[in-house]
Ligand binder design. Structure first.
Ligand SMILES: NC(=O)C1=CN([C@@H]2O[C@H](COP(=O)(O)OP(=O)(O)OC[C@H]3O[C@@H](n4cnc5c(N)ncnc54)[C@H](O)[C@@H]3O)[C@@H](O)[C@H]2O)C=CC1
Ligand SMILES: CC(C)CC(=O)C(=O)O
Ligand SMILES: [Mg+2]
Length: 362
């Protein structure tokens, strides 16, 4: 089959890690008889440099027109780059928020599990990790604080900045439905995370999650406050299966979850809406501190490509083959610097991508 993929390398390490994911997809194509056709698009700082804006209408239209989107990451040094000189809507991250909103990708799926081979890279004590963990963070992606009205004004000589956090019940219900469906196919346990002791938006969140739960009697739902959740993730990560939460809480908690898998370079993500068109990207950012050095871990992006095969193209066997290839290179002891431990063989971005591609077989 032929699939058209919009590829957005973005900034920083984005181009390096996306190249490795395409290498792996090409190998999947060769082994399984598919053709992946790539259309490279600019977004973020790379688009600002050429077009003066982080996301053009043309890029959004091309993305809408494709079968799915593969993204590296966008952004530069926030305190130290001319990309951040203007208003929020002119900055690289506005491109990312714009494409998520423009494609109506409200459900961000971020799985985090610990490979037993990476137990030494996990910063938690062995007795805390126990037999490991395997969770999925379901993060609402097109509402909340990142999409609310914001402004900075000077009032009575004092600078005052405002951000607003708004959710309506329909936005909460549609992500809750997706989370309950995934929980039903896993262990049947869902923890919804909010700040209902303070925020009105969280009280509505909790009410809608409880209403939705009535449609899913086989799923056990409980609620946890976000500050406690941040603590429980490092105290007893094995208690989590499906975690459902709003946009900013999910952004923060998924970075925390990624680090206990060994590195933020391991955590993939899929952003989905109501159609098959999805956007697949690692959970991490553009890591300008390590860009261009061939040291970034491409595994999160490669596993995101596997999610694309599964969710957008229904190619489950091919997705399994990519995940098995990642497992193989880890078992054989290959590591990028971020997940390196003694006795392993350190490899760069390109070598890691090539090793994974070489291990894809039917
Ligand atoms: N989805 C996206 O495009 C995202 C973009 N960003 C943007 O990225 C830029 C940098 O943000 P940071 O806060 O530094 O977060 P970051 O995730 O880019 O980096 C945090 C730390 O993790 C390391 N790291 C990240 N990915 C890695 C990988 N694949 N392999 C090895 N190490 C890796 C970095 O070197 C850095 O030390 C900012 O402009 C930010 O706005 C941040 C998060 C998501
Ligand atoms: C622009 C940010 C919301 C990106 C980010 O940190 C993320 O999606 O994880
Ligand atoms: Mg983030």
């Amino acid at each position: 089959m032929n699939f058209r993929i919009a590829v957005i390398p973005g900034d920083g390490i984005g181009p390096e890690i996306v190249t490795e994911a395409m290498k792996v997809l090409d190998r999947v194509g060769a082994v399984y008889g598919h053709t992946f056709t790539y259309k490279k698009l600019l977004m973020g700082g790379a688009s600002i440099d050429v077009h003066g804006v982080p996301l053009t209408e043309e890029t959004l239209a091309e993305a809408k027109n494709s079968d799915s989107v593969l993204l590296g990451a966008v952004g530069g040094n926030v305190g130290n780059s001319r990309w951040y000189d203007g208003a929020p809507e002119t900055r690289p991250e506005a491109g990312l928020l714009g494409i998520r909103k423009g494609l109506e990708l409200f459900a961000n799926i971020r799985p985090a599990w610990l490979y037993k081979e990476l137990a030494d890279a996990c910063p938690l004590k062995k007795e805390i990790v126990g037999d490991g963990f395997d969770m999925v963070i379901m993060r609402e992606l097109t509402g909340g604080l990142y999409f609310g009205e914001r402004h900075t004004r000077v009032e009575n000589g004092v600078r005052r900045a405002t951000d607003t956090l708004v959710y309506d019940e329909n936005e909460i219900r549609r992500i809750a439905v997706k989370a309950f469906e995934i929980a039903g196919k896993r262990s049947g346990k869902l923890i919804s995370v909010d700040k209902a002791n303070v925020l009105d938006s969280s009280r509505l969140w909790r009410a809608v999650v409880d209403e939705t739960a009535k449609e899913y009697p086989d799923v056990a739902v409980s609620h946890m406050l976000v500050d406690n959740c941040a603590m429980q993730l490092v105290l007893n990560p094995g208690q989590f299966d499906v975690v459902l939460t709003e946009n900013m809480f999910g952004d923060i908690l998924s970075d925390e979850a990624s680090e206990i898998t060994g590195s933020i370079g391991m955590l993939p993500s899929a952003s989905l809406g109501e159609t098959k068109l999805g956007l697949y990207e690692p959970s991490h950012g553009s890591a300008p501190d390590i860009a261009g050095k061939d040291i970034a871990n491409p595994i999160a992006t490669i596993l995101s490509a596997a999610m694309m095969l599964r969710y957008s193209f229904d190619l489950d066997e091919e997705a399994d083959a990519v995940e098995a290839a990642v497992q193989m290179v880890l078992t054989e002891g290959f590591r990028t610097g971020d997940i390196y431990s003694e006795g392993c063989r350190k490899v760069g971005t390109r070598e890691m991508g090539g090793l994974i591609a070489d291990r894809i077989h039917r």
